[in-house]
Design a protein around this ligand. Structure first.
Ligand code: SAH
Ligand code: SF4
Length: 393
């Protein structure tokens, strides 16, 4: 596919949350209000609903239980009622690969048999979970493996929260009853940098992050969550106001001519339009600085002149520039810049007053590094009706 025909509009389906096989509703990913409504609809007396929401929330998101039978502060017949109407479902783990450097990649199966990947990256004193927001991606950035995947659908909020729960299950990170809350978190940070463009699935991403941030559950604060976008300008202010997390921008080029080729959404919202939206973000979200991601492609965007243009463009925006050595994938049309080139670029950016860390590729041996994710759901692009039929919903 040439870039000239790359889709830059949203054309994906979000699935309703009824589970096809049982007719039970998955509680994972419901907001507190949605949970309350669902409990009332299932027969919970209205005046008890708030308390029940609090109790169930803690069981599901603080203790990580998967069965209503384990919710010992609820009456037996109420547990049975919950069991008839609801489920506590995570995506199914198809494979788990562990890299030589400790990085873990999960291939997860969701409704319809579709697959997404999530990656856990352990670091000194912290651990970052990289999660997906879509199966595939409608955008077709020319250096990104995910962008070559044809089937695309939005994940539900439950499927997004479910990725966090799967990682915590695998790492054994739910507290034991009697324990206080966990201090040294294995999953201490979340980045929305897996498959998909999170701002093309805004409501589900927002609801999922609100569940993850909720203090009575998983309780990861908004400063521990970073959302990466290729630059969906109309949703940037909403991200500040309705999520308030850290923002990362896939910038990658310093002229519209080059960015049009690398990040095709630039043809819709160009560099100047994007930067204007970014200038308001720190104030709106009360956050410190924006991360500019910049993939280093040999001979394409890695010159000294690019580095100088970059710092000029972002002048006045509190920022850090994350340089990402290009991660190769089969058939990729680019090469990684030489190490000396990356360092020279980093140096110019650093001397202009910006932190310019070079991102160490993690999990390359299991194809878990940035931009390498692509599930085998490699079928023809499908219509909404076909996807809906396939998921049985
Ligand atoms: N769709 C979102 C988030 C997912 S990509 C976005 O584009 O921002 C996470 C980061 O990895 C983005 O900055 C993306 O541009 C970058 N990336 C994609 N493919 C890459 C590759 N092959 N090597 C290095 N970085 C890549
Ligand atoms: Fe989609 Fe991000 Fe990959 Fe671009 S870089 S194709 S927006 S996942």
């Amino acid at each position: 596919m040439t870039n000239a025909t790359a889709p830059i509009t949203q054309d994906v389906l979000t699935l309703p949350r009824k589970l096809p096989d049982t007719g039970r509703i998955n509680l994972v990913g419901l907001t507190r209000d949605q949970l309350r409504d669902a409990l009332i609809a299932a027969g919970t007396p209205e005046k008890q609903a708030r308390m029940r929401v609090g109790q169930i929330w803690q069981w599901v998101y603080h203790w990580g239980v998967r069965e209503f039978g384990a919710m010992t502060n609820l009456a037996k017949d109420y547990r049975a009622l919950l069991d008839r109407h609801f489920a506590i479902e995570r995506p199914e783990v198809v494979t788990r690969q562990i890299s030589a450097d400790g990085t873990r990649k999960y291939l997860l199966r969701i409704a319809g048999g579709h697959e997404v990947e999530a990656v856990y990256i352990p670091e000194e004193g912290r651990g970052t979970l990289c999660i997906s927001s879509q199966v595939g991606c409608t955008l077709t950035c020319s250096f990104c493996h995910t962008g070559t995947q044809k089937l695309v659908r939005n994940l539900t909020a439950g499927e997004i929260v479910g990725q966090v729960m799967v990682a915590r299950d695998d790492l054994g990170e739910w507290p034991e009853p009697g324990e206080g809350s966990i201090q040294d978190r294995l999953v201490s940070n979340i980045v929305l940098m897996g498959m998909g463009e999170p701002l093309y699935n805004f409501e589900n991403v927002r609801d999922a992050m609100r569940v993850v941030m909720d203090g009575e559950g998983i309780a990861l604060g908004r400063r521990r969550i970073t959302l990466s976008t290729s630059g969906v300008v109309p949703e940037i202010a909403r991200t500040a106001e309705e999520i308030g997390c850290q923002l990362a921008i896939s910038f990658h080029a310093t002229t519209d001519e080059v960015r049009d080729r690398l990040v095709p959404i630039n043809r819709k919202w160009n560099i100047a339009t994007l930067l204007a939206a970014l200038r308001d973000y720190p104030r709106l979200s009360n956050s410190e600085r924006i991360t500019f991601e910049y993939v280093m492609l040999k001979g394409v965007n890695d010159s000294d002149a690019d580095a100088r243009r970059l710092v000029k463009l972002i002048a006045g925006i509190p920022a850090k520039i994350n340089l990402i050595p290009f991660n190769e994938w089969p058939g990729a049309p680019y090469q990684r810049s030489d190490w000396e080139r990356i360092e020279a670029f980093a140096d110019i950016v650093y001397k202009a007053g910006y932190a310019s860390p070079i991102r160490t590729p993690r999990g390359e041996d299991i194809m878990a590094a940035c931009g390498q994710l692509k599930s085998a759901t490699e079928r023809a692009r499908k219509s909404r009706a076909e996807i809906a039929a396939e998921t049985g919903l």
